[in-house]
Design a protein around this ligand. Structure first.
Ligand code: CMC
Length: 392
């Protein structure tokens, strides 16, 4: 017997020490290695942010060039991996494909299973950051029945991803720089978020000494849920289900009704109780993208804007500090770019891969590392004798 602290949902338990990401929920502040997210979203680029998260400092020009070069050289998937994609049903959800294919990387790179070797940890990290856009894009192409488009290593990270998703054989595809910037920003805003559910999953899996590909696959699986990364998909589906502005009050009433499990997707956050700083940047980006694409307010957008306004004013949402979160706006941008809702969470997974890796590396490098092993408060039957089948 022992006395344990009971903290369901870990609302007040620190599971580790970390020097990567800082969130001050009350102030709506998010810092990567001390740098505010809005400055990084405006001035930096995703690969620079990757370098920062992994190494702790911003790179010099030469360091960034070398890092970019290394990542770019690892974007291809072994051709044999294409067979894996083809093994899935053609209507498989891209997240199902991603869980499987990322986990399967460990079968292709046995050398990286040796996590005690720092060099192997580096190579595994680079491989995942480089290959995850290719995996996500192939999952998308497979789901729409189009041939895979190989990575083009002359393009930057975001442009290459857009091209792998949207280029069609025999047609020219030129990446629009504003869309590529918006894509890069979505990656940056999702890159890390301290000990959220999927990151904690990666750490817990990694604490047993499992190989890094298996750990990231575990993170992808956890991210999939609608309370976490799946919220962006669930949010757009909800906006479409609401359909027209006049139906909003019905959904607001449902969100407040404690006997109804329905929640307004894209609202609320465990840590942010003022505003989500990522949402502020994402909202600006959404306006820019819609403007560029000349997208007038369609019904979905009208519902989104009206819902945002009502939720920001309604006493229930104000009192409970439920503000639109990053996923409320990211779905609107991704939809405008032409992604189906099933690709929203894979794009989140792609972006978060670097954060998971940075956290995994930090943990593995810690000499005080212990396997994660929570305890429980047992509520089941006490000791009783086995009852023979005939007597039950
Ligand atoms: N709609 C209606 N009511 C809500 C919502 C919502 N979206 N979110 C929270 N509440 C209510 C909840 O019912 C509870 O009310 P009461 O105190 O009367 O019981 C109160 O607000 C506190 O909620 P909680 O469930 O205790 O808060 P939590 O910290 O456990 O949950 C959350 C945080 C994000 C899971 C939750 O707000 C939610 O389910 N939001 C919708 C899903 C979503 O958008 N998730 C994406 C989060 S941002 C991206 C990411 O990091 O993955």
């Amino acid at each position: 017997a022992g006395v344990f602290t009971f903290d369901p949902g870990f609302t007040s338990t620190a599971s580790c020490e970390s020097s990567i990401t800082f969130i001050a929920g009350g102030k709506g502040e998010l810092l990567y290695r001390g740098y505010p997210i809005d400055q990084l979203a405006e001035k930096s680029s995703y690969l620079e942010v990757c370098y920062l998260l992994l190494n702790g400092e911003l790179p010099t020009t030469a360091q960034l060039e070398e890092f970019t070069h290394t990542v770019t050289n690892h974007t291809m998937l072994h051709d044999q991996m294409n067979n894996l994609f083809r093994g899935f049903r053609r209507d498989a959800h891209p997240m199902a494909i991603m869980c499987g294919v990322v986990g399967a990387l460990s079968a292709f790179y046995h050398d990286s299973a040796d996590i005690t070797d720092e060099k192997q940890r580096e190579i595994a990290s680079i491989r995942m950051i480089a290959k995850i856009p290719t995996i996500a894009a192939y999952a998308f192409k497979y789901s729409v029945g189009q041939p895979f488009v190989y990575p083009d290593n002359n393009l930057d990270y975001a442009s290459n991803f857009l091209r792998m998703c949207f280029a069609v054989p025999a047609e020219d595809y030129v990446v629009n720089p504003i869309l590529s910037k918006a894509m890069d920003r979505i990656f940056t805003l999702h890159a890390d978020h301290e000990q959220n559910a999927s990151t904690s999953t990666v750490r817990l899996a990694g604490s047993s000494g499992a190989n890094p590909f298996a750990c990231i696959a575990a993170g992808i699986a956890c991210l999939w849920g609608p309370a976490h990364g799946g919220a962006n998909e669930a949010c757009l589906n909800m906006l479409r289900e609401i359909g027209t502005v006049d139906r909003i009050p019905e959904y607001i009433a449902r969100a407040k009704d404690k006997s109804d499990p329905f929640r307004l997707m894209g609202f609320g956050h465990r840590v942010y109780k003022n505003f989500d700083p990522r949402a502020t940047v994402m909202k600006e980006s959404a306006d820019e993208v819609l403007d560029l694409l000349g997208i007038e307010d369609n019904e979905t957008l009208k519902v989104a804007k009206a819902l945002e306004k009502i939720a920001l004013e309604d006493p229930y949402f104000v009192e409970k500090k439920l503000y639109p979160n990053v996923d409320f706006y990211s779905g609107i941008i991704l939809d405008a770019m032409g992604f189906p809702t099933s690709m929203f969470t894979p794009i989140f997974a792609l972006s978060r891969t670097v954060g998971w890796i940075a956290q995994w590396k930090e943990m593995i490098g810690d000499p005080k590392l212990k396997i994660g092993r929570p305890r429980q408060l047992y509520t089941g039957a006490t000791n009783r004798d086995y009852v023979d089948m005939a007597e039950r």
